[in-house]
Design a protein. Structure first.
Length: 159
């Protein structure tokens, strides 16, 4: 069993000079509800099937199970998604002994930039870089499953 503890923030400033790695991500959901999500994701030349449980009351933690799958299988499974697709560029930004994952969204959510930080406990203290904006942890409209379900980008041409 795996518990993911993460915090989510809007991005308000320029982080680009601190990026150490970038990846293209395409993802969609086979099931999405408050109780659970089943996600298919391609990340660069890799692919994953992820199952997440409901978030706890503060939105910081939830059960998460992630499994690598063949890329070709993922590309076919994406076609079965019940929601629209999300396309984003993930930027990895180290800061003060933590790694922020900064997602720049494309398509229907062009212009949205979110930063996520995975922590080892809900009470873990971390420094916030200047470019980090308002915290949106637990706000459903910033969950990827909500974004995928509120898009017109599903035209079947995603790669």
């Amino acid at each position: 069993m795996s518990i993911e503890i993460e915090r989510k923030f809007l991005v308000k400033g320029d982080f680009s000079s601190c990026v150490v790695k970038k990846e293209k991500i395409v993802q969609a959901y086979l099931a999405a509800s408050r109780e659970r999500t089943v996600r298919i994701r391609t990340k660069g030349d890799k692919a994953f099937l992820t199952i997440k449980g409901a978030a706890n009351t503060n939105g910081f933690s939830h059960l998460e199970f992630e499994y690598p799958i063949p890329l070709q299988d993922a590309q076919e499974i994406l076609k079965l998604a019940q929601t629209g697709w999300i396309e984003k560029e993930r930027n990895y930004v180290p800061f003060e002994n933590h790694l922020f994952e900064v997602d720049i969204f494309h398509g229907a959510h062009e212009g949205l930039i979110l930063a996520e930080l995975e922590l080892s406990s809900e009470n873990e203290v971390f420094e916030k870089p200047d470019w980090l904006g308002e915290e949106v942890t637990g706000e459903e409209r910033y969950y990827n499953a909500w974004l995928a379900g509120n898009t017109n980008a599903d035209d079947g041409e995603h790669k």
